[in-house]
Write a protein that binds this ligand. Sequence first.
Ligand code: GAP
Length: 453
Amino acid sequence: MSSKPDPQRMEKIVSLCKRRGFIFQSSEIYGGLNGFWDYGPLGVELKNNLKQYWWRVMVRERDDVVGLDGSILMNRAVWKASGHEDTFSDPMVDCRTCKARLRADQLIEKSGVKQCPNCGGKDLTEARAFNLMLKTFIGATEDESAVTYLRPETAQSIFVQFKNVLDTSRKKLPFGIAQIGKAFRNEINPRNFTFRSREFEQMELEYFCRAEQGLDLLAYWLKERLRFYQDIGITRQRLHVIDVLETERAFYSQGTFDIEYDFPFGRQELEGVAYRTDYDLMQHQKASGKSLEYFDEETKQKFVPHVVEPSAGVDRTVLALICEAYSEDEAPDEKGKMETRIVLRFHPRMAPIKCGIFPLLKNKEQLVAKAKEIVDLLRPQMNVFYDESGAIGRRYRRQDEAGTPFGVTVDFETLGEKDAALRDTVTLRERDSMKQERVKISELSQLLLTRVA
Ligand code: GAP
C-alpha cells in the first residue's frame, strides 16, 4: 500500500466491513444517521482487543499509571472552565448554490478562489464559528439551568478528579491517570467512514509531572506511543510524526506531536501527544475554588502539576488496523485453480477470532465430537469459531477474510485411523503463509496462547 490516496481500496474495505460484520451504519433500516456507526460481531471483538491491549500496556503493566471511568455528562461548569463552551468550535461555511454546510478547511481552492467541494460553487458565506459540543438537558425542565453537554473528550473528568485519585492512590509525581470512553462531537461534516464520527471513543492518558519534566516526558510518550502502534501491527513507514508549529498548537501547549497514518483516503491524524503545561488543572482550580495542588513531601512545597497527554482515537485506530490488514493475494481453490484471496492480516493479538476449528467432514460423528472437544478446550482462553459447513478450502477462505490467524482441522489422522502415532494430533494452518503443521491437541492451547498474547 502506498501513501497515495486509493479510493477503490477504501471502497473494498468499507464493503468488507459490512459483508463480514465489522461495522454497520447506525440505524441503517431507517436510512442511517450521519456520523454514527455500530460495530458488528467481528468489529466489537477487534475494538475490545485494541482497548484491552492499550489498558494492559498503559495501565496494568506500569506502576505509575492508574485508571478512571468518568461519567459522560458533567456539571456545565466543567465545560465553561475548560474553555470548551466558548471556544470548542470549527469554522463553518455555507455554499449558497447547493446549500451544503462545510468546514472552512475543507473548501477547495482553484486559481486562488475558494470553491465548494460538492458542486464547485463559488458563492460561499463568510466563515463563522460552530460549536462542536452536543447539547442536552438534565431533568424535567428544558431551560438554560438544565443545559449540559455530552463530553467532547474524556480528559476533563481526569482533571476534575485529579485530587480524589491522588489522595486515594497515593501516587507520587510523575504519575498518570488513564481513561477509555465515549466522546461526542457535532462534526460539521462527518466523513471517511468512521474516521470523523460524531460519536467515538478515546483512549487518553494524562501524565502529571513537574514543570521541568514536561518536555522530556513529551519525547518519552511520543516514543512509547509509536512503539504501541508497531506492537499492534501498524507498519512504522505508514506512521508519520508531525511536530505541530507553535502558531498551530493550543496557546497553552509547549509542544505537540500529531501521529498520522497513511489511510487509503490520505494521511490523517491517529493521535495527538501534547504537553499541556498546568493549564487544565489551573483552570479548574480557579473556577471551582478548590485546591488541585500537589504537596511535595521532600521539599515541603505545594504546586499545580503540569501534564503530558497522549490522546488516541479507538475508532480511528480500528480503522487503521483494518486498512493495514486488508490484502489480496492468490491461492488455489478446491480444483487447484488460482483465485483471488482476500485476507485481513491482523496481528494475532488484535485478530477478532484467534482460531477457526473445523472437522474435515460434518457427517462423521467422531470428527465433529473431537472438534467440539477442542472448542471447549480453547474457548476459556481465546475467541474461537467452529465451522463445519462447506468444503474445507471455503472454510479457510472465510476465516482468512475475517482475519483469523490460525485454523485447526480435525481429520482421520486425529482419530488414529491411518497411523496410531498421529492419534490426537491436528493440522494447524497459519493464515498468511497458509503453511500447515501437525500438533498434539494437548499442546495446542499453550502454543496458540504464546502466538496471540
Ligand atoms: N483531549 C485531547 C483531545 O481530545 P483531539 O485531538 O481533539 O484531542 C484526540 O482528539 C483523538 O481523538 C484524535 O487524535 C482522534 O484519534 C480522536 N478523534 C477526535 N475527533 C474524532 C472524531 N470526530 N471521530 C473519530 N475520532 C476522533
